[in-house]
Design a protein around this ligand. Structure first.
Ligand code: ADP
Ligand code: MG
Length: 273
């Protein structure tokens, strides 16, 4: 995959819920290997927009193209098949199963979604090497090999995010959606999360990140798109967003993308002093 090549294109994407235009004629381009932030006030339509791309919501107007295919008419499992992965704003894991089993079942589900011979493949025993190798790789990428055999019910909330991520990554997606992933993370987990996202993007995956922790957004995102009342009001770097009067008025107010330590990790920051 060519890094930085446009892989996701939305044009005029619209989703209505009754009288509410949750997503209103949104245009957006996402590039392979980038972290693209989706920010804006609560209720702006960020989660709905993600649902439109993953197929949870059928759009009312517009087009979505991904990796050379038009996907907006495809059901969820067909979109998963072309490389669309996601985690949910509310964690969805089988708490009575182990971490390993959750991730392994994510892989089996991705095979099943492929249809055809994938259905048979999905019946492969969860401990066989065709499953354990990619599962252990994803557990390692998410930094949770040490808890592979623990029941999810006994895993602290923050680390469950990483289990969900491993389950998403095991299907080898070309794009992943992280909807408020930093909620409830400790400082150490946040740091691990940040490194992991960078690692995933460096493999050429487009990461779409919805997050209210602006320091994290500033640290990770190459581009941010700002959504307000269903509309895209801005796309650019975090630094450019900080300088945009409409963005400041609609969302940022006196918040900024400056990191908590005030330290730069290679991306340009806005100093608000
Ligand atoms: P965000 O993720 O930016 O906080 P959402 O996408 O959750 O915003 O919501 C956007 C708007 O769409 C809100 O007004 C919300 O109430 C509405 N909405 C979201 N999902 C549904 C649904 N399933 N049915 C009806 N209205 C919805
Ligand atoms: Mg949301």
């Amino acid at each position: 995959m060519i890094k930085e090549a446009p892989i996701l294109t939305l044009s005029g994407v619209t989703k209505n819920f009754g009288g509410v235009k949750a997503v209103d004629s949104v245009d957006l381009v996402g590039k392979a290997g980038q972290v693209h932030g989706l920010i804006g006030p609560n209720g702006a339509g960020k989660s709905t927009l993600i649902g439109c791309i993953t197929g949870i919501s059928q759009i009312d107007a517009g087009e979505i193209h991904f990796d050379g295919n038009r996907i907006d008419h495809l059901p969820v499992h067909r979109r998963a098949r072309v490389g669309i992965g996601r985690t949910f704003q509310k964690i969805r894991l089988a708490s009575q199963l182990t971490v390993y089993e959750n991730v392994a079942s994510g892989l089996a589900a991705s095979w099943f979604a492929r249809g055809g011979r994938g259905w048979l493949q999905a019946l492969t025993p969860l401990r066989s090497s065709v499953i354990s190798e990619p599962v252990m790789k994803s557990l390692a990428e998410a930094g949770i090999e040490d808890i592979a055999e623990e029941l999810v019910s006994s895993v602290p909330y923050g680390r469950r995010h990483f289990v969900e991520l491993a389950r998403t990554l095991v299907a080898n997606p070309k794009i992943i959606f992280l909807d408020e992933p930093a909620t409830g993370l400790t400082a150490l987990e946040r740091e691990r999360f940040s490194n992991m996202v960078r690692g995933v993007a460096s493999r050429g995956v487009l990461v779409v990140l919805v997050e209210h922790d602006l320091a994290l957004v500033g640290e990770l995102c190459d581009q941010v798109t700002v959504i307000e009342q269903g509309r895209r009001i801005f796309t650019g770097t975090p630094t450019e967003a900080q300088r945009d009067p409409a963005v400041v008025q609609a969302y940022l107010g006196n918040m900024s993308f400056i990191t908590t330590e005030g330290a730069s990790s290679g991306k340009d920051y806005v100093k608000t002093t």
